[in-house]
Ligand binder design. Structure first.
Ligand code: HEM
Length: 508
């Protein structure tokens, strides 16, 4: 009797728990459905591709596109043909208003400096609970805090500072040339994307932080591996925000956490070294880390600000390395595809150098055709092809009302390929940059525009010219047959097949 009473109480309790779980789930489902419905209503007046699912929005279309080899950029280009320059996309319950209109770009990026949306930049704060880019310059969404940092870091990118970097750019190019000489036999395939990734990492580490990571000597140093692991983790996080919380991925979680700890520990060691030197009466070096330390008020309040200084350390590695490597790889890819353009670049560089090896600061301004080639490469293959911003109030673009607080997506990739803005947009034609740049400016913005324009734009372009000039002077490159010229869209864009080439010495 006692046992059956106890059993029926247990059953009652379990039934009660089950009812509670079902009710909470239903309630949550109902609230979430109302929320999603209200999002759809808010943007119902804006055209856009049909949602294949109430909850997942257009995600299935993106997945289908991916299976057919189309990246999100390609689909955006297709959709603008059907829906015009302003249309709405749903990635799960998030609505993104895609805007491909040059007046809107000018207004959002330059005139009004529209804020960065928290939902897009917050994921970079930490990965797997490990602080990653934190609130560094690129991810800071509070305007006043960002402005203060930017004003303190801007001097590190002034002409005077950049002029002093020429020796370093040349030294890193020397190391790369020495490395490539070992496989310059005309039959060893070399992924130039990998090589550019190594050399740009060597440059940013030495120039910005006075660190020698030995990346060009060893094949895969722990630091290089750590950066690559972090980049992949960011990509996974954007593609699937729940991935971090999935069970059974403890191994990946630990690997990424260790990678982030390695990056930040490397930064911390260098900061501590500098502080110790300063304690001995030495001046803090005037490189990017020196400016970061000042920007972080580190010297005034070390306990509180050290994490901020480390945020910037990680930010500059992430923002300043892969982007330049991709630009270099796409440029080389196009030079090898169009020998007459390659010939013009080589002729210009040979005439400027006249047998000299090292590139001087004055040479950079004289590389006018090479400049146009680099710009055209960024137009067709922008390493960072999309920007996200948020409207502060109701706006009207291309006669369509965009509600206040909407997340808007601006795509330099798509606009640069639209006939409305460029004649024969898919043709690689450096000469199009002969005309006044202001015509192209608001349709082609690979470094963004306005106050939040890339702080490293000039740095990157000087680095690109030095590397390109030095490599073309030393070697001939041949495109490995059978590779595609396609772009892989993994948050940043890079050549899908790694820009593989055969190399021979130029004097042989
Ligand atoms: C070809 C090379 C590069 C390209 C295409 C590029 C592109 C961009 C773009 C599009 C942005 C705006 C991102 C946004 O608004 O979300 C940006 C911001 C930024 N870039 Fe670059 N970048 C390049 C190289 C560099 C280099 C070499 C550095 C550092 C040495 C750097 C550091 C930064 C930083 C710190 C920001 C944030 C600026 C701010 O918000 O004030 N970038 N970059």
């Amino acid at each position: 009797m006692m046992i059956s009473v106890a059993l029926s109480s247990v059953w009652l309790f379990l039934a009660y728990v089950a009812l509670l779980v079902v009710s909470v789930t239903l309630l949550f489902g109902a609230v979430f459905s109302v929320y999603v419905f209200s999002r759809h209503r808010k943007y119902a007046h804006i055209p856009g591709p049909e949602r294949s699912s109430f909850f997942l929005g257009n995600l299935a279309a993106l997945q289908e596109g991916k299976e057919q080899g189309k990246a999100m950029h390609d689909l955006i280009l297709e959709w603008t043909k059907s829906y015009g320059p302003v249309f709405v996309l749903y990635l799960a319950h998030h609505a993104f208003v895609v805007i491909l209109d040059s007046d809107a770009v000018k207004y959002l990026l330059v005139t009004s400096n529209a804020p960065k949306p928290r939902m897009a930049y917050a994921p970079l704060f930490s990965i797997y609970n490990e602080r990653f880019m934190g609130c560094g310059l690129a991810t800071e969404v509070d305007h006043d805090k960002w402005l203060k940092k930017r004003e303190l870091l801007n001097p590190a990118f002034h002409r005077k500072f950049l002029m002093n970097l020429m020796r370093q750019f040349n030294d890193s190019a020397d190391l790369l040339i020495q490395k490539l000489e070992k496989c310059a036999d005309g039959k060893t395939p070399v992924s130039m994307l990998d090589e550019f990734n190594h050399v740009t990492l060597d440059v940013i580490a030495k120039v910005a932080f006075d660190l020698d990571l030995n990346v060009l000597a060893e094949e895969e140093t722990p630091f290089v591996k750590a950066i690559q692991l972090c980049l992949k983790a960011i990509m996974r996080k954007f593609m699937n925000p729940l991935e971090e919380y999935l069970p059974f991925n403890g191994h990946v979680r630990r690997e990424v956490q260790e990678a982030i700890r390695l990056l930040r520990k490397t930064g911390l060691q260098e900061i501590e070294r500098r502080l110790a030197a300063r304690h001995q009466g030495e001046q803090i070096k005037d490189d990017i880390l020196g400016h970061i330390l000042r920007a972080s008020d580190f010297l005034l309040n070390p306990e509180f600000q050290i994490e901020n200084a480390l945020d910037e350390f990680v930010t500059f590695f992430i923002a300043g390395q892969e982007t330049t490597a991709s630009q270099m790889s796409f440029t080389l890819m196009e030079l090898l595809r169009y020998p007459e353009i390659e010939h013009r670049v080589r002729t210009e560089i040979d005439a400027i150098l006249n047998g000299r090896m090292a590139i001087q600061y004055e040479d950079i301004g004289r590389m006018s055709y090479t400049s146009k080639v680099l710009k055209e490469s960024l137009r067709l293959y922008p390493p960072a092809g999309r920007l996200l911003r948020q409207t502060v109030k109701d706006e009207v673009f291309a006669n369509i009302r965009i509600p206040a607080h909407s997340v808007v997506m601006l795509s330099t990739f798509a606009m640069s390929r639209m006939e409305e803005y460029f004649e024969d947009p898919l043709i690689f034609n450096p000469e199009r940059f002969d005309q006044s740049e202001s015509i192209l400016k608001y349709a082609c913005f690979p470094f963004s525009l306005g106050p939040r324009i890339c702080i490293g734009q000039n740095f990157a372009q000087i680095e690109a010219k030095v590397l390109l000039a030095r490599l073309l002077t030393a070697f001939n490159f041949t495109w490995l047959p059978g590779q595609s010229y396609d772009m892989e869209d993994n948050l940043t864009n890079r050549p899908k097949d790694g820009c593989k080439t055969y190399i021979t010495r130029r004097d042989t």
